[in-house]
Design a protein around this ligand. Structure first.
Ligand code: GUN
Ligand code: ZN
Length: 434
């Protein structure tokens, strides 16, 4: 089997920079190398040393570009790619006006296939190697996504979106408690652990499910605890009020999931902005994860996620929330993560931003060590970043005093133009003139 040796600047982590000082866990090599063999990372070291030890390897020299673990998007909706950047609405109106009519189109398997392929190509062009996506109510939407990902060798998470509450869902986009259970179970058994596919049981959110549906999906998760579970939590103040009205028995929004068995390790809650103290404590104790969606949260006017307060306590990944969010780029998501944390009084270090987009995402998906990690044995999903991809970025990074100062302009100003190359499962996916 061919060995691939990639040369460039190399950034890797061996710990969590929200728990330990970043200087102790972030490792930068000015002239480093990553050796890939059989789809996994076989070594990370200084370039000279690895070249000498592996003279038979095929070499790709990226010069000053940065080799990182590929980006992990922990919450997105591939069926919404076609309605990205739709004007003028907040969450509930946005769902009814733009989202639900578009999602209805996924009854057509050919449309689902076209949009899955388009979304994955866009993600790869932006350096994202793992996506965690909602489907639509149509099982075929999930097949289309997993098939398109398998063609590219990508590790992805997805699930059939379940929604059955008559007063909050349109007739044309509704399943039932029983069909949600049956379809989710069939898809889970068909896809989970096949190749690089991972299944997530996916109630859209409490307002669009009946209690019977949440219970059925909680039962399924108890029967298949190896699956993940994804949904939305406390995104907008109006939505939290709405949930109170729909679930008068519940202590809070999280309780609408907890009461039906939809809280635990492997649960990934998107947004989680307006949390109570009880919810934070339960999320932490249960080992659940949060997907911070900062670009979406500003576009839809949702609020300021408390990353500084939560990242040290709870597993947090970051996410585009395509298409509430207005970009496929995890670099744009890192910029928004930085900006929102500044509004909450904390400057997130570039090492912490890169960790969130890679290792933090893997932890949120309970895939740590397997993806998002530049270390021996991890799956070989990589992004290569040009740290001088535009004239504005280049002139700033040229006067940087150290690596972090050279990296930060790309995190704050970069987009797909910064993505020089992408490797998925040890195979080169895209090459751009650099
Ligand atoms: N809450 C329930 N569904 C959605 C969705 O599709 N996008 C966002 N941003 N929030 C949701
Ligand atoms: Zn979402």
């Amino acid at each position: 089997m061919t060995k691939q040796l990639l040369l460039g600047q190399v950034l890797s982590f061996d710990g969590n920079p929200f728990e330990t000082e970043w200087t102790a866990v972030a490792h930068h090599r000015r002239r480093g190398a990553v050796l890939l063999e059989g789809g996994v990372i076989a070594a990370v070291d200084e370039a000279d040393s690895l070249r000498a030890r592996h003279p038979d390897a095929e070499v790709t020299d990226y010069g000053d570009a940065l080799i990182s673990a590929g980006f992990i998007d922990t919450h997105m909706h591939y069926p919404q790619t076609g309605i990205i950047a739709s004007w003028g609405k907040r969450l509930i109106d946005w769902l009814n006006t733009y989202t639900f009519p578009e999602e209805a189109r996924f009854a057509d398997p050919a449309y689902a296939c076209a949009m899955a392929n388009r979304t994955l190509d866009l993600a790869l062009a932006h350096g994202t190697t793992t996506l965690t996506s909602f489907g639509t109510i149509h099982p075929g939407s999930v097949d289309a996504f997993f098939e398109a990902a398998a063609q590219r060798g990508m590790r992805v998470v997805a699930g059939k979106t379940c929604m059955d509450r008559p007063e909050t869902t349109p007739d044309f986009l509704r399943d039932t408690a029983q069909s949600a259970y049956d379809d989710s179970k069939a898809l889970l058994d068909k896809w989970h652990g096949v190749g690089r596919a991972l299944y997530a049981i996916t109630p859209r959110f409490s307002p669009t499910s009946t209690e019977a549906q949440l219970r059925a999906l909680g039962d399924l998760w108890r029967e298949r605890p190896e699956a993940l579970m994804q949904t939305h939590l406390s995104e907008q103040v109006d939505e939290v009020e709405w949930v109170k009205g729909l679930y008068p028995q519940s202590r809070d929004y999280l309780d609408t999931y907890e009461a039906f068995g939809l809280l635990g390790e492997g649960a990934i809650y998107g947004h989680a902005i307006h949390l109570t103290g009880r919810e934070i404590a339960r999320l932490r104790d249960a080992g659940a994860s949060l997907a911070h969606c900062p670009t979406s949260n500003t576009v839809l006017g949702s609020g300021l996620f408390d990353l500084p307060g939560l990242a040290g306590k709870i597993r947090v990944g970051i996410a585009t929330d395509t298409a509430g969010g207005n970009s496929f780029s995890m670099l744009r998501v890192m910029a928004a993560t930085y900006e929102i944390a500044q509004l909450r009084g904390t400057a997130i270090h570039p090492a912490q931003l890169m960790w969130l987009a890679t290792e933090g995402g893997a932890r949120a998906l309970r895939q740590e060590g397997r993806i998002g990690h530049l270390g021996v044995g991890a799956e070989a999903d990589l992004v290569i970043l040009d740290l001088a991809s535009t004239p504005a970025i280049a002139q700033r990074s040229a006067r940087a005093a150290d690596f972090w100062e050279a990296l930060f302009p790309t995190l704050l100003m970069g987009d797909d133009r910064a993505v020089r190359d992408v490797w998925v499962n040890g195979a080169r996916m895209a090459a751009r003139a650099g």
